[in-house]
Every structure is written in structure tokens, then in C-alpha cells.
Design a protein around this ligand. Structure first.
Ligand code: HEC
Length: 143
């Protein structure tokens, strides 16, 4: 009887220690959710209206001034940071594909919902195959 109790306690502890501490989910785009063609098109429209002036039609950017979004190692590795930058604006120095950028990107003024659409567009355009993000991930990013 005692042994059974001990085993029970042990199993409980095991559960707690596995589910407990580092449960903080890092944001990644790897939890892939299929993006509908309508949503991709909405994202493309937002991109043309709000991003294309600087990042250019094919996401190539303008070397040394506006970083590329196509094939960007920054976007791939610092997705959370990238969303933060588009949400709130950025003028910190960053390095994209080995090139330094330190110009200003104004806050996009987009809603969280629109940010999901535009990011899912850039994550899946011009050869990018970087998965997708959802609204919870964008809402969780706060100043
Ligand atoms: C006024 C020009 C401008 C506009 C408009 C603009 N950006 Fe940027 N973007 C920049 C600059 C400059 C940086 C680098 C910022 C820095 O150095 O801190 C940047 C950086 C980024 C990055 C991270 C770096 C990279 O290349 O992966 C992403 C992602 C991004 N922008 C996405 C967008 C999206 C999406 C929009 C539209 C909603 C947008 N940008 C609109 C100028 C712009």
C-alpha cells in the first residue's frame, strides 16, 4: 500500500515537472496552418499598400537602406522581433544576410489581424517557405 502511494506521488511529480516550468512557448512559424488563397491575397494587398515602397515588389529591399524580406535570415530567425518591429516601428541597428541596416521603419499602424495577414504573405512569397503565424502570437507581442 505504502509503495503504491509512493509510486503515485512520484508519477505526479513527474507530470508536474514536465508540464510545469519552461512551458513558455517560443514563437515560431513552424506550427503550420494552411493559409487560404483569400487570406494570401489580402496579405498581398496590405503589403502593396504598406510595405512595398521600401521593401519593393519582390521583397528584395534596397541594399543598405531597406532590408530584404525575400530570403531574409533575420525574418527566419527573429520572427518575434520582426513582428515587434512592424507593430511598433524600429530604428535599432540590425543585420540581415550579413548587411547592416540602421534606418527607420515607422510603425505600420496595422491591426493585429492585418499583421497576421501581411506576415503570412511575406512568410510565403518570393521563395520564402517559413510557415505561418496566428493572431494569438501577434497579440502576445507587447511593447
Ligand atoms: C519607410 C520604409 C519601410 C516601410 C514602409 C516598411 N519597412 Fe520594414 N523595414 C524598414 C527598415 C529601414 C528596416 C530595418 C529597421 C532597422 O534597422 O531597425 C525594416 C525591417 C523590416 C523587417 C525585419 C528585417 C528583415 O528584413 O527581415 C521586416 C520583417 C519588415 N521590415 C517588414 C515590413 C512589413 C511587413 C512592412 C509593411 C507592413 C514594412 N516592413 C514596411 C523599412 C520599411
Amino acid at each position: 500500500m505504502k509503495i503504491l502511494n509512493l509510486i503515485f506521488v512520484f508519477v505526479c511529480l513527474l507530470f508536474i515537472s514536465c508540464g510545469g516550468p519552461d512551458k513558455k512557448k517560443e514563437i515560431t512559424s513552424k506550427d503550420k496552418v494552411a493559409i487560404s488563397p483569400e487570406n494570401l491575397e489580402k496579405g498581398a494587398q496590405l503589403y502593396r499598400a504598406k510595405c512595398m515602397n521600401c521593401h519593393m515588389k519582390t521583397g528584395k529591399g534596397i541594399s543598405k537602406f531597406y532590408p530584404p524580406l525575400a530570403n531574409s535570415d533575420y525574418l527566419e530567425k527573429n520572427l518575434e522581433d520582426a513582428i515587434y518591429m512592424v507593430k511598433f516601428g524600429s530604428n535599432k541597428p540590425i543585420k540581415v544576410n550579413g548587411v547592416k541596416y540602421n534606418s527607420l521603419m515607422p510603425a505600420s499602424g496595422l491591426t493585429d489581424k492585418e499583421l497576421v495577414l501581411v506576415f503570412n504573405y511575406i512568410l510565403n512569397s518570393w521563395g520564402n517557405q517559413l510557415g505561418s503565424i496566428n493572431i494569438e502570437q501577434v497579440e502576445a507581442i507587447k511593447r
